[in-house]
Design a protein around this ligand. Structure first.
Ligand SMILES: Nc1ncnc2c1ncn2[C@@H]1O[C@H](COP(=O)(O)OP(=O)(O)O)[C@@H](O)[C@H]1O
Ligand SMILES: [Mg+2]
Length: 339
């Protein structure tokens, strides 16, 4: 059986007065039915551009998706779809939620009507049926008093409730893929955990595959089946959640793990932050993009991008430390965020 979604060698650039910004530099991954894949990396590494490419939401120009890139949904290339096919895809097959629900919610329209709208367009319901379904959807995302809430406007909802409403809209047409781009970043920690639990619960209930995008490795520990670590437009390590939390191989992944707040009290106040800044994507380095910030950097790291090393069937990494000629380096004690 084919994969639900396959991203193959995705390359996305922006043409600016300063030059060509290479935001995504050859990203490949796939997504199975019903799984939760996390894409994790610092701000600016290309997570949003990757997810917007899947929805074909990159404005071209100034953006350009390189012609040898492919994004296959059930075998069909999204990058070659007609406008009509794209409308159907966005309404029924793949939905996306963003960090700030206020930018996607319509402030002048009742929440119920916003959910109903897509049901009327994509599922051919009449207004009455669609509003009844909207109430069901609000209940599904655990919004209390759903009958009353459908009559309210977005500004009458709290931040967490708005994100729940966004999830209800995104899931109304029962998509096969939900892309959640930093869905909890704007929320406080308790609400963050509730939204993550909700995504997990809905995923179990509805079988939707989820691509969960975040800069915070800590939030995905209990939700993701697999994790991909992204840096400067590339995926530099990927594995199951266990493999990433317990057996990470890339110094950048180690650094991300060390930035996760630890649950034990001893280290509570020692939050690690990664020194230095990511490279300029106008002139990406020829070698490993993390080299300039890496405490294990060797000469070769600055000269050549390492090949992919397979650690297991599900785990791979792109780092010169895996080379037989490289010195043996032990991972620092990490995995602060694992349960
Ligand atoms: N419209 C644009 N013009 C130029 N550069 C852009 C544009 N949109 C994004 N970029 C650049 O692409 C890179 C990746 O951005 P993005 O995918 O938004 O990162 P993030 O991982 O934080 O979601 C960043 O360096 C950003 O500055
Ligand atoms: Mg982003």
């Amino acid at each position: 059986m084919g994969k639900l979604l396959e991203v193959k060698d995705l390359k996305v650039s922006f043409h600016t007065y300063a030059g060509e910004v290479q935001s995504v530099r050859g990203v490949s991954f796939d997504l199975d039915k019903g799984e939760t894949l996390a894409i994790v990396g610092e701000s600016g590494c290309g997570k949003t551009i990757t997810s917007k490419s899947i929805m074909r939401l990159i404005p071209t120009p100034p953006g350009e998706i390189k012609s040898d890139s492919q994004i296959l949904f059930e075998g069909k290339d999204i990058l070659k779809m007609s406008d009509k096919e794209l409308r159907d895809l966005r309404g029924e097959a793949i939905s996306m939620i963003f960090q700030d629900p206020m930018t996607s919610l319509n402030p002048t329209m009742k929440i119920g009507n916003q959910i109903a709208e897509s049901l009327i367009i994509h599922r051919g319901m009449n207004k009455k049926e669609a509003l009844e379904e909207a109430i069901k959807m609000l209940k599904l995302v655990n919004i209390p008093n759903a009958e009353k809430r459908v009559e309210q406007y977005p500004h009458e909802f709290s931040g967490g409730m708005r994100q729940r409403a966004m999830i209800a809209i995104a899931l109304a047409c029962n998509p096969k893929v939900l892309i959640a781009d930093e869905p909890t970043t704007a929320l406080d920690v308790t609400i963050q955990a509730q939204i993550m639990d909700l995504i997990k619960e809905l995923q179990n209930k509805l079988g939707t595959a989820v691509i969960l995008i975040t800069h915070d490795l800590g939030v995905v520990a209990s939700v993701a089946t697999r994790i991909q670590v992204m840096y400067a437009g590339k995926i530099i390590e990927r594995g199951t959640t266990d493999e990433i939390f317990c057996n990470a191989k890339h110094p950048y992944t180690w650094a991300l793990l060390q930035s996760v707040p630890r649950l034990d009290t001893k280290h509570k106040n020692k939050l690690y932050s990664i020194q230095g800044t990511p490279p300029d994507l106008l002139k990406p380095p020829v070698g490993c993009p993390f080299a300039s910030r890496c405490e294990y950097c060797m000469q070769i790291c600055k000269e050549e991008m390492p090949e992919v090393t397979k650690i297991s069937d599900t785990h791979s990494v792109q780092c010169w430390l895996q080379h037989p000629l490289a010195p043996k380096v032990e991972a620092p004690i990490v995995a602060g965020g694992a349960e």
